[in-house]
Design a protein around this ligand. Structure first.
Ligand code: ASP
Length: 575
């Protein structure tokens, strides 16, 4: 049984590639086997669904040649019976592994798109990952318990989808952005190991690797610290990689601090499969009072930073190519790209606006810090740390890919690491307020609680992220299990005592009755599967995804509903 993939006549015989979930089998209609059936076979077309019965034969004995690309490549079936289950219209695109049909069209005909072997393989792998996760957690005494999707709206995290309640007029549920507080309450209830493969919903602006509904591998454990959680989760990932793609990940995974990641890569999810590390020149240039370069001097006076990155001579670029990088930097939000080419045994800089300004001492010091030789080019960025980091990290990734330093797709080296010691809060310069860097239930580092009030910006979190090949695949933390500390964190976030009670009363209440120390993590299943399949989009590992615009070209959701439905929900819409 299967679908007609392709048809051809050869030597008076009709050959068809018959496709099903397991692959392709060559079938052949021979006039000498059944002349009428051979005639009838000319009626068949692509994507017709048929069943056949016949004799399995050796292709070579039949005078053909084996197809080493097919697992069934040594045989063919001499058809004796044919049943046509259904006919097909001409499909809007070919059912091939690789096609260049636009995604919108593929999604509008997703049933056909999903027939393609590439996607069939992706979903088989996704299934394998889910089974592997389930058996690992089961073997380690985790309970899979479901949490509600319709939850109370609590501000502060991601933007929620709202669902109007018909029973309680003018009120709304939120769709859960994650099971966070429920899994913490599981721990307080005494289920000391929980996991769930769970749908989460976030009404965020959609970027390449984001979907409004996505799946998490969510876990929580009681009586743990960071390393116990990390060790358990390393075991899970090692199992998944082995089961899904046969790769043996090396343990323990390296751990890098947030500060070090920012300093060396400008990113809290560094891709360390290649070098091009950043060099922080701030302290050095401060000592030299800007080294004679007024822009450096000004930046440092205003509390800014100066960072550099070296393009080694072996990757030499033409002036035009270097100029093009300037545009890349502008797209990343920068004003421009300062650069200097090292010359004359490191005594001179050329092609550089700084060359005439920088004094000899600073030039030598920068060269030494950057460990450069003649022909190397130093790139500079200076200004506010956040912007400098994001530009330099974007530039590093751009160069890494332009210079072919990172493999695209598979196979690839697997670079798995933990990033730890995140700041507890992020400061919003415009509103002068603090927001939780992970979420407000994350425990401050031991000893940092005292500074929650006086200097929240300096507090570190007991949080950890898991990064694979430059993608944030998981994030979690040790949670607060002391209601006084929880209140202090809410205070630092500017949530009034009244609001704490109104919004998080259920959590504060649960924290009154002997909560255990606990912590956990959630992994993005879609992103993980994207990496494991070497897909370039998470939409290739989600059976029915939304487009970048958050719509579904297949069912045309979202749609408007009629006035009566809205009235029942006590809702009116604006013109
Ligand atoms: N709930 C968190 C998230 O969705 C993960 C965690 O802290 O376990 O990012």
């Amino acid at each position: 049984m299967g679908w007609v993939q392709s048809l051809r006549d050869h030597g008076g015989r009709r050959f068809i590639d018959l496709r099903d979930r397991y692959g392709i089998t060559q079938i052949v209609f021979k006039p000498e086997t059944d002349a009428a059936l051979h005639d009838r076979s000319h009626e068949l077309r692509s994507e017709w669904c048929i069943g056949i019965r016949g004799i399995v034969e050796d292709r070579v004995k039949n005078g053909g040649s084996p197809n080493p690309k097919l697992s069934t490549g040594e045989i063919e079936i001499d058809v004796g019976q044919l049943e046509i289950f259904s006919r097909s219209e001409v499909p809007p695109f070919e059912i091939e592994d690789k096609i260049d049909t636009g995604e919108e069209k593929r999604l509008a005909h997703r049933t056909l798109d999903l027939r393609r072997r590439t996607l069939q393989k992706n979903f088989a792998l996704r299934h394998r990952v889910a089974q592997s996760v389930r058996s690992y957690f089961d073997e380690n005494s985790f309970l899979e318990i479901e949490t509600p999707a319709l939850v109370k709206y609590t501000p502060g995290g991601a933007r929620n989808f709202l669902v109007p309640s018909r029973h309680v007029p003018k009120t709304f549920f939120a769709l859960a952005e994650s099971p966070q507080l429920f899994k913490q309450m599981f721990m307080m209830a005494g289920f000391d190991r929980y996991f769930q493969i769970v749908k989460c919903f976030r009404d965020e602006d959609l970027r390449g690797d984001r979907q409004p509904e996505f799946t998490q591998i969510d876990a929580e454990m009681s009586f743990v610290n960071e390393s116990i959680v990390q060790e358990m989760m390393e075991g899970m990932l090692v199992r998944v990689f082995k089961d899904a793609i046969g790769v043996e990940l090396q343990r323990p995974f390296p751990i890098i601090s947030y500060d070090e990641a920012m300093s060396r890569y400008g990113s809290d999810k560094p891709d360390t499969r290649f070098g091009l590390e950043h060099i922080d020149l701030t302290a050095l240039l401060k000592e030299l009072d800007g080294g004679g370069v007024p822009l450096f001097q000004e930046t440092l006076k205003k509390g800014g930073i100066v960072k550099a990155m070296v393009l080694p001579k072996k990757h030499e670029m033409s002036r035009m190519e270097l100029d093009r990088l300037e545009d890349v930097v502008k797209q990343l939000g920068g004003a421009g790209l300062g650069r200097a080419k090292v010359a004359e045994g490191g005594k001179q800089w050329t092609q550089s606006p700084f060359a005439k300004m920088i004094n000899a001492e600073a030039l030598a010091a920068v060269n030494q810090a950057c460990k450069v030789e003649d022909g190397d080019v130093i790139f500079f960025q200076f200004g506010k740390p956040k912007l400098v980091h994001s530009i330099m990290s974007g530039l590093r990734l751009h160069l890494g890919s332009q210079l072919g330093l990172v493999p695209k797709g598979l196979p690839t080296p697997w670079n798995v690491l933990w990033v730890v010691d995140f700041p507890l809060f992020e400061h919003d310069e415009d509103s002068k307020t603090f927001a939780a860097a992970h979420h407000p239930f994350t425990s401050p580092k031991i000893g940092d609680e005292d500074r929650l009030k006086t200097d929240p910006g300096s507090c570190k979190a007991r949080a950890y992220d898991l990064v694979i090949n430059g993608n944030e695949i998981g994030g979690g933390s040790i949670r607060i299990h002391d209601s006084a500390v929880q209140s202090k964190v809410f205070d630092a976030l500017g949530i009034s005592a009244e609001d704490q009670e109104r919004k998080f009363g259920f959590l504060l209440q649960a924290l009154q009755y002997g909560p255990p120390p606990h912590g956990g993590i959630a992994f993005g299943l879609d992103r993980l599967c994207m990496l494991l399949t070497g897909s370039s989009s998470i939409r290739d590992v989600i059976a029915f995804p939304k487009t970048q615009k958050g719509t579904d070209p297949l069912t045309h959701a979202p749609t408007s509903v009629d006035a009566k439905q809205l009235r029942e929900l006590h809702i009116t819409t604006l013109p």
